[in-house]
Design a protein around this ligand. Structure first.
Ligand code: RET
Length: 247
């Protein structure tokens, strides 16, 4: 796109992004296919989950095409000295994806747990604070970036506390089957979401690993957090009538 960048993905990174894009697209068609086999009143989780993988497919289409990034100045240690005046490719398109998809993933979980809509709204707003602070931190070059990162981590802790405690309890009150579906998907989410700030710390934050490694790190997390999570969630709902969740 005409911008010059020092540290960027290679063709390997790009190929991997295309592979993830293909899986996301395939998952989208699968979830939509499963949706239309159900009566309209039973499609909510299929639709939410298909929307998540659809957005991800387009984000990965962008990154595979080496688009949706901007060069950001970074520093790093080489032997005894600090190297300056170097920039790194930062994919801001990730955060546009996450801004849309993480609220949808939380809706999947909190609707499963039968939470009331004011609670869902607040958890989603905190989630959006987490994503936006992550984006701003990624674009800031000074060490203030770690301040934004800290705000994001506090937001994540609130969300995880909510999943592990409030929502889990609510889900098991609705029934053992709902409790089990929530426990599987909520636990997966808790483990995976903790890994995102770790990836951020070694990529956008600390510039410790190369953009190709970043592609693998975030790519594996996204495959587990979107298509694998979605398949488990839809599977978990197979015997659950949405009317029991107030849907
Ligand atoms: C950032 C940096 C700021 C601190 C924290 C972060 C957490 C991000 C998370 C992202 C989850 C993304 C998912 C995507 C799609 O499936 C923004 C990296 C805490 C938890 C699940």
């Amino acid at each position: 796109n005409g911008k010059s960048v020092d540290i960027a993905i290679t063709t390997h990174g790009s190929d991997w992004y295309w592979a993830v894009c293909a899986v996301m697209a395939l998952a989208t068609f699968t979830f939509i296919g499963l949706a239309i086999m159900k009566p309209r009143s039973h499609r909510i989780f299929h639709y939410i989950t298909a929307a998540v993988t659809m957005v991800a497919a387009i984000a990965y289409f962008s990154m595979g095409s080496n688009l949706g990034w901007t060069p950001i100045d970074v520093e790093f240690q080489r032997s005894a000295s600090i190297v300056r005046g170097i920039n790194r490719e930062i994919f801001y398109v990730r955060y546009i994806d996450w801004f849309i998809t993480t609220p949808l993933l939380l809706m999947d979980l909190l609707l499963t747990a039968g939470m009331p809509w004011p609670t869902i709204l607040f958890v989603i707003l905190v989630d959006e604070v987490m994503i936006v602070t992550g984006l701003v931190g990624a674009l800031v070059r000074s060490s203030y970036k770690w301040g934004y990162f800290t705000f994001g981590c506090v937001a994540l802790l609130y969300i995880l506390w909510h999943l592990v405690w409030e929502s889990r309890r609510n889900a098991s009150l609705i029934g053992a089957d709902v409790g089990r579906a929530f426990l599987i998907c909520g636990s997966l989410t808790t483990i995976l979401w903790i890994c995102y700030p770790i990836a951020w710390g070694v990529c956008e934050g600390g510039n410790v690993i190369a953009p190709d490694s970043e592609a693998v790190f975030y790519g594996v997390l996204d495959l587990l957090a979107k298509p694998v999570f979605g398949a488990l969630l839809i599977w978990g709902h197979r015997g659950i009538d949405p009317s029991r969740l107030g849907l």
